[in-house]
Design a protein around this ligand. Structure first.
Ligand SMILES: [Zn+2]
Length: 61
């Protein structure tokens, strides 16, 4: 469950977002450059069942 990503070339951390900004990112990330910090795979902003904001990998393998 990656918590760090690179958004438009800038390091970003999912836990630093207030819910309103996280929702805005979820609405806009497809038209921006968002990749995970761990491997550079395309990332998707998500919220876990426990309410944790995180970046999911767009695909594995
Ligand atoms: Zn990764």
């Amino acid at each position: 469950m990656p918590l760090r990503a690179v958004l438009d070339g800038e390091q970003t951390e999912s836990f630093a977002y207030v819910p309103e900004r996280w929702a805005a990112l979820k609405a806009s990330y497809k038209s921006r450059s968002l990749v995970t910090a761990c491997c550079g795979e395309r990332a998707i902003p998500k919220v876990s069942k426990r309410g944790t904001q995180f970046f999911a990998h767009a695909r594995r393998g």
